[in-house]
Write a protein that binds this ligand. Structure first.
Ligand code: ATR
Length: 288
């Protein structure tokens, strides 16, 4: 009995907070790694309302058994005022998906942006090994868009050419004006449907595609047979949205959001446990 009790007391707890949260697959990944690396910890989903955020952070600070958290939509920006400190990357993207404790302080960090970067660097034949600046189009202006814009900019040694397109143009303008700091190049705002030529990468950051029949209704036919153009959808469930399906049929290179999702988790796990967790087949199967 005493033993059980002390085990429980020494156990650390982690949460993913958001709303809605039912769909989150983060607990599957982190609990798998806790078990694999024999760490006495538990990771759970927590659905919060916006006015619960302050209490959650206070609880996290005072409760020695809560060691960290992930933050998902719609709180990646809203959580910021309650944190003690931000890492450089979360300051620049004004987006926090990971919270860890350091000397009693709660630090907000962003592992989405480096995860996105890594998936592109891991891509075979990415930019033919050249480092010429990228010509990119970002579709959407949601919670994760600032991380993608920041990551693409970081991939360029010199200024690239970045475009952003959103159903509601004003939301994209607001995001660039207030949602990102220290951008080297301001993206150019496009009208919906206005597709530039010779793009290297087109990223869907909208929620369109989460339902199987969803369609952005954008005409990318000028990219027929363009194998070098990467169509990247941050959605990973379903595995292949219409955006990716059409790109595949046109002969483009396609990437879905699965590896970015696993990599952001791996980078958060490293912060919490100092363990560089392996992305093994089991993890990839858990997400299918
Ligand atoms: P968040 O990611 O912050 O939770 P969201 O509600 O999921 O936000 O929406 C993210 C993005 O999806 C937004 O860019 C949104 O466009 P608007 O700014 O015009 O709302 C985009 N989006 C949602 N539904 C869409 C649709 N049917 N067609 C095009 N874009 C859409």
């Amino acid at each position: 009995m005493t033993k059980l009790r002390s085990t429980y007391e020494s156990m650390s707890n982690y949460f993913v907070i958001g709303n809605p949260i039912d769909h989150s697959l983060s607990p599957l990944i982190h609990n798998y790694w806790f078990k694999k690396y024999k760490i006495q910890s538990k990771y759970e989903k927590k659905k919060l309302k916006e006015n619960d955020l302050k209490n959650f952070i206070t609880e996290m600070k005072n409760n020695k058994q809560i060691d960290g958290a992930n933050v998902t939509v719609p709180f990646k920006k809203k959580i910021i005022p309650f944190l003690d400190q931000l890492t450089d990357i979360s300051q620049k993207t004004l987006s926090v998906n990971t919270i860890y404790k350091e000397n009693g302080k709660l630090i907000g960090h962003n592992t989405d942006a480096p995860a996105f970067t890594q998936t592109l660097l891991d891509l075979k034949d990415w930019r033919d090994g050249s480092n010429r600046p990228l010509k990119s189009l970002i579709i959407g202006a949601g919670g994760v868009t600032s991380s993608v814009i920041f990551a693409i900019e970081e991939l360029n040694d010199v200024q690239g050419e970045n475009y952003i397109m959103n159903r509601t143009k004003k939301n994209a303008e607001d995001l660039i004006r207030t949602g990102l700091k220290e951008l080297k190049t301001k993206p150019k705002f496009l009208d919906w449907g206005d597709i530039p030529q010779n793009l290297d990468i087109i990223v869907n950051t909208t929620s369109v595609g989460l339902a199987k029949d969803d369609n952005l209704k954008l005409d990318f036919s000028i990219y027929k047979n363009s194998k070098k153009t990467v169509f990247y959808d941050l959605i990973y469930n379903p595995k292949e949205t219409n955006f990716l399906n059409d790109a595949k049929e046109r002969g483009n290179t396609v990437i879905n959001g699965k590896m970015m999702f696993v990599l952001q988790a791996k980078k958060a796990f490293l912060h919490w446990t100092k363990i560089d967790a392996e992305i093994d087949d089991e993890i990839l199967k858990l997400l299918d």
